[in-house]
Design a protein around this ligand. Structure first.
Ligand code: OXD
Ligand code: MN
Length: 592
């Protein structure tokens, strides 16, 4: 039920700062009514019905997929818009050369004009939400004001939302102010602006998840990374998983990969049958907030409570646990729909159905050249659906991290796995992370793009300062995690993948957790430690020791070229690139 003005002020009066801001926004955007989200089940049912009545959600077959709905977005609004994403720090140099910058005064004026009267005739939803487990001292509170019921229903899955978040906030003024209006979805009026110094986000002209679910990329990463630097912690684009061994001991690992490198699959991996008694537990699949605990270790929480995953390619082979996640209470965006009201996407198991409705609502036939699901079509699924959800996923203190992994897609040069010599070397491995574009995406195979720590689109301040922060944190972490680099994608001379990937990555993970526990040996190379022959369990897979030699080989000529390729990044960030990383590069080059 939407609230009258009197009810609004009564409820909002719990926190005068939230109330005052909501009043200001309402008088500027002029909504027909204001709805304060309480996060209840009754509210979900009511808003879902409203969204169905308005054609925003299409019910799927409720027997096959209870609580599941399909949303079709505007075809011009299907992805994050990095060129329209701005860091609006007061000083341009604080945004750094890898971000778009807009003067905050200009941004407030420009977007302010677009927001004026933008909610006339619409409902304004006020969504209080927590990023992080309820009661966690490391959680952050945000309030998102939006005119999209789709945003409300997605935020319900992705965050701990409603009255619980307001209760956590109490009377404090320390919350992120996020304002979103879809306007008329005109791409010319689309802007995603972050004001780190004001803990504020303004987003308009889009309805796409990454642009409008403001807790995720905007708060948890861009604003989060800025807060992390100011307050002495890390906000990272990393999955978090627990590896349980047959003795019941669990080791936690955080891992950063650029998109299309199998992050969600890795976070929910099922170990191969040779690993009886081993288990992988998902803490998070996308974002990790890490702090130094009283024991001097790095402790991580997943600020989210759901998965906003890419649907195409999700199958029994790549990720059976993700399929289980989307069986119920899931929102699908821009996937195909079968005649009997189920979902379909490219790369799903089995042959495509003869006929479908495609992501734009048009009839589609098997064999069509067009894709039935948009390549960036998504599922929004509650993490509680995950059969391997870590029992620690809601732990307020988080989990202690024993290893950090940086990964990319590289057909040559980068070995299957490499352990850094020390913290600074590990930071260097993350900072120089590169990933290859695929032929399907760009027409050019093997073009290496630098994506430092998979944070290039998500760091809310200067990237050189970000590396400095990583280096500076070392002195605060008495028991630091070990840092590794992995590459599942190395190819042989015939272009074949040398490593089987998917669940078999468990074999590499076993070596990593054993190294972190000081239990496995390694061979020193000029660039780091790699497993010796026999140290990766190859039982039951068709990978010979010779292939393993190739997979762990450091090709000196290729590495000389790699150091040259890194030059571009170092030049771009030269104003703030820490000396220690320049030194690392020189040191490693001279070791070759
Ligand atoms: C991404 C995502 O774009 O997680 O990285 O959605
Ligand atoms: Mn991501």
């Amino acid at each position: 039920m939407s609230k009258t003005a009197a009810q609004v002020s009564e409820q909002g009066s719990r926190n005068p700062h939230v109330q005052q801001w909501v009043d200001e926004v309402a008088s500027h955007t002029q909504p027909a009514e204001i709805h304060w989200c309480d996060g209840s089940e009754e509210e979900r049912e009511r808003l879902t019905k409203l969204a169905v009545d308005q054609g925003i959600l299409i019910p799927l077959d409720q027997e096959k997929r209870p609580g599941c709905y399909l949303h079709r977005s505007d075809p011009n609004d299907v992805a994050r818009v990095e060129h329209l994403t701005f860091i609006c720090s007061r000083k341009k140099e604080d945004a750094g050369p890898t971000n778009n910058w807009m003067d905050p005064k200009e941004a407030y004026a420009k977007l302010g004009a677009l927001f004026a009267g933008s909610m006339k005739g619409r409902t304004m939803y006020v969504i209080p939400y927590a990023m992080g487990p309820i009661g966690s001292p490391y959680a952050k509170i945000g309030v998102e004001i939006t005119d999209s019921v789709y945003v409300v229903l997605n935020m319900r899955i992705m965050t701990r939302m409603g009255q619980t978040a307001l209760d956590m906030l109490g009377d404090s003024n320390d919350f992120n102010r996020g304002l979103h209006s879809t306007l008329d979805l005109d791409p010319n009026k689309r802007f995603i602006c972050h004001f780190p110094e004001d803990n504020t986000i303004w987003s308009c002209g889009s309805g796409y998840g990454g642009n409008v679910l403001l807790g995720k990329k905007c708060l948890a990463l861009r604003i989060g990374s800025y807060l992390g630097k100011s307050e002495g912690w890390f906000a990272e684009h990393m999955l978090i998983l627990g590896v349980e061994n047959p003795k019941g001991e669990t080791t936690y690992v955080a891992a950063a990969f650029p998109s299309a490198c199998g992050k969600t699959n890795f976070a929910m991996m099922i170990p191969p049958k040779q690993f009886a008694g081993w288990k992988i537990w998902t803490v998070g699949d996308d974002i990790s907030w890490m702090r130094v605990g009283p024991d001097g270790r790095l402790w991580a929480i997943n600020p989210e409570s759901g998965y906003f995953g890419v649907a195409p390619g999700t199958s029994k082979k790549s990720n059976p646990n993700a399929l289980a996640c989307v069986e119920k209470n899931t929102l699908f965006t821009n996937v195909g729909m079968t005649p009997d009201g189920d979902v379909w996407w490219e790369g799903m198991d089995g042959a495509p159905p003869a006929e479908l409705t495609d992501w734009q609502g048009r009839p589609w036939k098997a064999g069509s050249k067009e894709k039935a699901a948009h390549p960036n079509s998504r599922f929004t699924a509650p993490m509680r659906n995950n059969p391997v959800l870590s029992p620690k996923a809601n732990e307020p203190e988080g989990v202690p991290i024993s290893a950090i992994i940086f990964g990319g897609r590289r057909s040559t040069t980068v070995p299957l796995v490499l352990e850094s010599f020390n913290w600074a070397h590990g930071v260097y491995l993350g900072a120089t992370m590169g990933s290859e574009t695929t032929a399907a995406a760009t027409g050019q195979v093997g073009v290496v793009r630098r994506d430092p720590m998979a944070m290039l689109p998500f760091c809310g301040y200067d990237m050189g300062d970000y590396f400095t922060h990583w280096l500076a944190m070392q002195s605060r972490i008495a028991n630091p995690p070990r840092i590794f680099q992995v590459n599942w994608f190395r190819q042989g001379s015939g272009g074949e993948f040398l490593w089987p990937g998917f669940g078999e990555n468990m074999r590499v993970l076993e070596w990593i957790v054993n190294r972190a526990a000081g239990k496995a040996g390694a061979r020193e190379t000029p660039l780091g430690w790699v497993p010796e022959r026999g140290q990766i369990n190859l039982d039951g897979i068709d990978v010979s020791e010779e292939t393993m030699d190739h997979l762990t080989e450091i090709d000196r000529e290729a590495w000389k070229k790699e150091f040259d390729l890194q030059e571009e990044l170092f030049e771009k960030l030269q104003a703030t690139m820490p000396r220690a990383l320049i030194l690392q590069r020189e040191l490693l080059r001279s070791r070759l």
